[in-house]
Write a protein that binds this ligand. Structure first.
Ligand SMILES: Cc1ncc(COP(=O)(O)O)c(C=O)c1O
Length: 394
């Protein structure tokens, strides 16, 4: 039982564990990133889809063992194009987990496709496959599994059901670069996968995303859609046309500057190191915090390995915001990240708390602890000490 009145707690006026705030995330930015950016700047090739963007795409394709990687300005855009490329009839339905970032649901909506929100497991926020078939109708065309926290969804079962009903699978792997499921890296587990390189992600180009697929037709279409509906991609590489390129479709401007591509290349060179350090921190948290009454860790899907994008703890919901405030008073910036979609104004007509008991339970019990490679040993120890102080306060 937590004693919320304990005077030693910083929230009650006691001495905090850390006087300096320990923030929740920090990008892993090093000198090689800075130098690569300056070099790209000096090259004067600063516009979109430049040689360094292509180099980043190639490195990512090799790392993930996939055929096509298309770098663009965000995962949100990549998700949108994953649906634009398929041209599903208006009125089609796509199944999206209730516990996700808005972009997973915006992607079908941008394309005039309806969304059907589905429930998630209460212990990891991942699409609850035992309920999945109950959401499928004759209008369903796709499923968008999401790897919340960098934990791969239950992809075998999702793919089995998708195959049974002939559904397209767009895997929202925005958070899960480097994570694995049954020996395969995410990016290999669906028709299309989408990564984010936003500043909070394991590797970053400030903003940015990539669409990943083995499907040639989808890749060719998206090369055109992300470049204003032009065939500039092959103009740059294949010398098909002579001094001009053509307007072959409706599209938009979703390419990324060569300067950001440069940073993608150097971030990729550190991806194994980033994953190793994140894993070490997560192991240290698990060792030090296991066995505390009322405190649990977010469950890792069977057969999966997290990339430790987020380290989540679960605890009795009645104290959630008090625990968050108590940790913050100790100097540890715990937060909750996002709320279930149906609790947001824009999605309020898509269901109620009764429709998503797993999602509501997960959200009520979840808090995130700081995790990133630049976290020092002393900061890690402070996080552990703060959690113990708050949870074990008698
Ligand atoms: C699950 C998920 N999908 C999509 C996105 C969107 O990523 P981006 O900011 O690159 O558009 C995010 C961002 O945090 C996310 O967490």
């Amino acid at each position: 039982m937590i004693n919320t009145k304990n005077p030693k707690l910083a929230i009650n006026g006691g001495e905090p564990i850390s006087k300096e705030p320990i923030v929740i995330h920090k990008p892993y930015l090093k000198n090689d990133d800075r130098e690569a950016i300056l070099k790209a700047f000096d090259s004067t090739f600063i516009s979109g889809d430049g040689p360094l963007c292509r180099e980043f795409e190639k490195a990512l394709a090799e790392y993930l063992c996939v055929k096509h990687v298309l770098y663009m300005n965000s995962a949100t855009t990549a998700l949108e194009l994953a649906f634009r490329a398929k041209e599903f009839p208006p009125g089609s339905e796509v199944i999206v987990p209730d516990f996700t970032y808005t972009s997973s649901a915006l992607a079908p909506l941008y394309n005039d496709i309806n969304i059907v929100l589905c429930d998630v497991y209460p212990d990891n926020g991942s699409l609850d496959v035992s309920k999945l078939e109950s959401y499928i109708s004759d209008k369903t065309v796709a499923i968008v599994p999401v790897d919340y926290a960098g934990i791969p969804a239950d992809m075998d079962e999702i793919n089995r059901i998708a195959k049974k009903y002939g559904l397209y699978v767009v895997h929202d792997t925005a958070q899960s670069i480097g994570a694995e499921y049954r020996g395969k890296k995410t990016g290999n587990l669906a028709d299309v996968s989408v990564f984010s390189f936003h500043g909070t992600k394991n590797i970053t180009t400030g903003e940015g995303g990539a669409l990943v697929t083995d499907d040639d037709t989808i890749a060719e279409k998206i090369k055109i859609l992300r470049e204003k509906g032009t065939n500039k991609y092959s103009f740059l590489t294949d010398n098909v046309t002579r001094g001009y390129y053509e307007y072959v479709d409706i599209g938009n401007s979703y390419v990324q500057s060569n300067i950001l591509g440069a940073m993608g290349v150097t971030q990729m060179q550190k991806i194994d190191e980033i994953l190793r350090i994140r894993t070490e921190i997560a192991e240290c948290y698990k060792r030090s915090l296991s066995g505390i009454e009322g405190l649990d860790f977010v469950r890792i899907t069977e057969g999966a390995k997290s990339n430790w994008h987020i380290f989540g703890i679960l605890f009795p919901s009645e104290h959630k915001y008090w625990i968050m405030d108590a940790l913050r008073a100790e100097g540890v910036y715990a937060n909750v990240h996002y709320t279930p979609l149906h609790n947001n104004a824009f999605y309020k007509d898509y269901g109620t708390d009764e429709d998503f008991p797993g999602s509501v339970a997960f959200f009520k019990r979840l808090l995130r602890l700081p995790i990133y490679p630049d976290l020092t040993s002393s900061e890690i120890n402070s996080v552990i000490a703060a959690v113990k102080k708050v949870f074990l306060s008698k």
